[in-house]
Design a protein around this ligand. Sequence first.
Ligand code: GDP
Ligand code: ZN
Length: 346
Amino acid sequence: MSWLSDDDEDDEQELDESDFRARPNPKANRPRTKRRPAHADARIARVLGVDRGRYAVLIDEDEADERAITATRARELRKQPIVTGDRVRVVGDTSGDEGTLSRMVGIEPRATLLRRSADDTDQVERVIVANADQMLVVVAAADPEPRARLVDRYLIAALDARIRPLLVVTKTDLADPSEFLGHFAGLDLEVFTSAQTEMPVDRIGVALVGHSTVFVGHSGVGKSTLVNALVPSAMRATGHVNDVTGRGRHTSSSTISYRYRGPAGAGWVIDTPGVRSFGLGHVDPANVLGAFTDLAEAAADCPRGCTHLPDAPDCAIIEAVAEGRLGPSAPARLDSLQRLLTTFAR
Ligand code: GDP
Ligand code: ZN
């Protein structure tokens, strides 16, 4: 299966159900015109991936006849992005038989939505993943050199979307990650380290159970290697990145959900193509502060419009931390908060 494009919203060539003559559905016992408005027979399905206007959706999830079927989007949803992780209502032929197509007629409310703003490299705001509750940020200890700022941007996007961030540092056989990890000491962040011959598959697996975890990272950090170790059936292509274009690995150029099944249980791994940049224009700084519970409480006494940055006059967080009222780890947390707020302010 190859889902080559995850940003088909503006694909003019996109197909919808009217371009496709569906086979008569033997189970349909009411006239089509009557069924269409209410869609009372719609079924819920999980969007696994998308390839040029055709969506792979999982129906009857966790039941004996669970199956991935192909769906197009109904005309009325044409303007709305539908992304990996979305729960959609589908009608029509949901048998999944060869050559059949079902039709998505609605999107269920989303628990979370990970998106990135338009930025220098991409003028369009992109919706990346729906309903993820964790983000695993993958960064290499070396080759490519880790950049704390880039990780900060991922963390901000996660915190803003109310998604719990996790961090894995790969290639620790090449370099010691301690100094780099020092940047994140003040964050409530579960950290894994991984080396060529020692990948913490079971430990990461435990964190995946019962969650939808979106994997993000710059290309070359070993994310595909990690996904393959966790979900052997994923068969993500590894190691053939063109440094100039970042392309050359077609199987990794779209966002796809994979089911993780490990000794501790099951979960969802959502692999994204190497996200090179993360425009944060849509982010609300209050959501970033909100992730630091005790600091956010102290901020109630800040002057209106307080930036909480080191030069902010009368910042109640800075005062509380300086007076030791928030405990011994508070200075490190304040540092982290300020770094994130600075990143955001750029
Ligand atoms: P992706 O672009 O993030 O999906 O990265 P890949 O999984 O394709 O890995 C990029 C390269 O790094 C490949 O040649 C991998 O074999 C290599 N690699 C992945 N993990 C490790 C690691 O822990 N240590 C070392 N030394 N190399 C690794
Ligand atoms: Zn303040």
